[in-house]
Design a protein around this ligand. Structure first.
Ligand code: A1EHT
Length: 104
């Protein structure tokens, strides 16, 4: 079964709702999202629902392969993105880029 729910840190909510952030980068535990499926989105801190997303793709990527293109899609600079990922997933090389579109 594919995953049907995802959480984001509250600080990213505005960027997701405004369409500025169109990907998320996760580890092995959160790679099982099916393309074209709809997932419900809530905050990590309070589990407050704030939107639904349609998954477009899930692609493996090495931490060392992250580029400015990924950073742009996260609405960050590349150094900012690498810092964020290292805080959340210390020493994880194998990651997954999940791209999505906002629904309704
Ligand atoms: C709350 C939770 O369970 N996990 C995560 C994991 C990641 N992210 C964000 O995805 C991008 C790349 O990792 C960055 O923008 C991250 O801050 C998030 O918001 N929440």
């Amino acid at each position: 079964m594919s995953l049907s729910k995802i959480t984001f840190f509250e600080r990213f909510e505005a960027d997701i709702l405004s369409g500025k952030k169109t990907i998320t980068i996760r580890d092995e535990a959160e790679k099982d999202y099916a393309p074209n499926s709809v997932v419900q989105v809530s905050t990590y801190e309070n589990d407050r629902w704030f939107c639904a997303l349609k998954i477009q793709s899930v692609d493996a990527i090495a931490f060392s392969q992250l580029s400015e293109f990924h950073a742009q899609q996260e609405n960050m600079t590349l150094p900012e993105l690498k810092n964020v990922i290292q805080e959340i997933y210390p020493d994880v090389e194998r990651l997954y880029v999940i791209s999505y579109e906002l629904i309704g």
